[in-house]
Design a binder for this molecule. Structure first.
Ligand code: PLP
Length: 427
């Protein structure tokens, strides 16, 4: 069954629509591409708004959005315009020169956050790497800690480079990749006693805690919102000790939570935060944003060839401006409430299978009960069969991260598809 949005029919440019679909050959794909991903048997070839089409012309409602990335959906006119303009004007020159678009994007970000300075790179992992390096230099030069330790949380996710996979508090991502990077210590999320104990126990000899790197809401680890009292105490501990408070806003930032930054839900400002996924609406960009007092990097100490080039910054700036101009954040709150209300109503019908629905704005998780054999992957697969794209967040949580422009009608259709999928997998 294909999902049709009643209020708003597809607006695919006719020249794209008339291109005959090439039959997709998964075998030849798998022979040529390294097998780092287990893929759904789907090849997507075009998109418009919150819908995407596969190579056979089948339509799907996209509640994955490139994993919380395509904030403006697919083929948004503002992005089409910005990409076209920027590629015609100038796309890449390197940071040997001033890049006006980079300056404008940095200004937008610091005007719309607690930060004072931005550094640009290409992904979430790279933004977190930058934050880790900055924290280490800050530790050596300001805190005078020779062996700095960074605290991170169990069930966190910070990326796949060696340092960020070490920061990620999930051993399944680290297996086979040791020796890992030294200087990390894990604490339970939302448990302040563990942080207090670690800060005092690790303060010995050359060692000391230099930073706490943490997600305001754990995305990959199961859509777990941070606890307000916990985060406020983290802020106090950092203020008392000089430890840097670093928020990984890669998934929850840029409006996904209904506020521009996840930390706004917690009433706490970080010293440094990172952004990526939603920042460019789907073009690859990452950023680390810090307070002025953390500005310790000197020329030559950190860099990225592609980072902050005119192309990505021009497009990301237009994504940022569109979020503001089209008043998208109120939609995120309203659609998020609608989605959670609907999922909670469905949960009432499946008490043996669904334990909890939780989230902020348009990052939501539906957790399955510990008792049920059912996995998030099975629910996601059944939803795909109903024409709805979803993604798990761990083995027992189904994640809902649609484009931030999703309509009331589309949320309604998604809820119907979830209900049908659950009926199938629980039958
Ligand atoms: C996705 C994610 C990352 C890694 O981002 P990449 O762009 O894949 O490197 C880091 N932190 C969080 C919270 C994420 O969700």
């Amino acid at each position: 069954m294909s999902v049709q949005t009643p209020v708003e029919q597809a607006t695919i440019p006719p020249e794209i629509d008339s291109v005959p679909s090439t039959p997709f050959d998964a075998d030849s794909f798998n022979q040529a591409v390294m097998s780092t991903y287990s893929r759904y048997p789907l090849a997507l070839e075009r998109g418009a708004g919150c819908r995407v089409w596969d190579t056979q012309g089948r339509e799907y409602l996209d509640f994955v959005a490139g994993i919380a990335t395509c904030t403006l959906g697919h083929a948004h006119p503002a992005m089409v315009e910005a990409v076209t303009r920027q590629i015609q004007k100038l796309h890449h020159v390197s940071n040997l020169y001033y890049i006006p678009e980079q300056g404008e994007l940095a200004k937008w970000l610091i005007q719309h956050s607690c930060g004072d300075r931005a550094f640009f790179c290409n992904s979430g992992a790279e933004a977190n790497e930058a934050a880790i390096k900055l924290a280490r230099k800050y530790a050596h030069t300001v805190l005078k800690i020779d062996q700095p330790i960074i605290l991170t949380a169990h069930a966190s996710f910070h990326g796949r480079t060696l340092a960020t996979v070490t920061a990620t508090g999930q051993s399944k991502y680290q297996k086979y990749f040791d020796p890992l990077v030294p200087g990390f210590h894990y604490v339970e999320y939302n448990n302040i006693a563990e942080v207090e104990a670690a800060v005092s126990e690790l303060d010995e000899g050359d060692y000391g805690v230099a930073a706490i790197l943490i997600e305001p809401l754990q995305g990959e680890g199961g859509v777990r919102p941070g606890d307000i009292a916990y985060f406020q105490r983290l802020r106090e501990i950092c203020d008392e000790t000089g430890i840097l408070l670093i928020f990984d806003e890669v998934q929850v930032g840029m409006g996904r939570s209904g506020k521009l930054w996840g930390y706004e839900h917690l009433g706490v400002e970080p010293d440094i935060f990172t952004s990526a996924k939603g920042l460019g609406g789907g073009i690859p960009i990452g950023a680390m944003i810090s307070k002025k007092f953390c500005d310790v990097f000197q020329p030559g100490e950190h860099a990225s060839t592609f980072g902050g080039n005119p192309f990505v910054c021009g497009v990301a700036l237009s994504v940022c401006q569109t979020l503001e101009k089209e008043q998208i954040l109120p939609n995120v709150e309203a659609r998020g409430e609608q989605l959670r209300r609907g999922l909670n109503a469905i949960a009432l019908k499946y008490p043996q299978h669904i334990a909890e629905v939780r989230g902020w704005g348009l990052i939501n998780g539906m957790e399955l009960t510990a008792d049920t054999q059912l996995t998030a992957a099975q629910v996601v697969k059944a939803a795909v069969d109903e024409g709805l794209l979803l993604v798990p967040a761990g083995p027992k949580v189904v994640r809902f991260v649609p484009p931030l422009i999703v309509t009331e009608a589309e949320v309604k259709i998604a809820l119907q598809a979830v209900e049908k999928a659950l009926a199938t997998v629980t039958a």
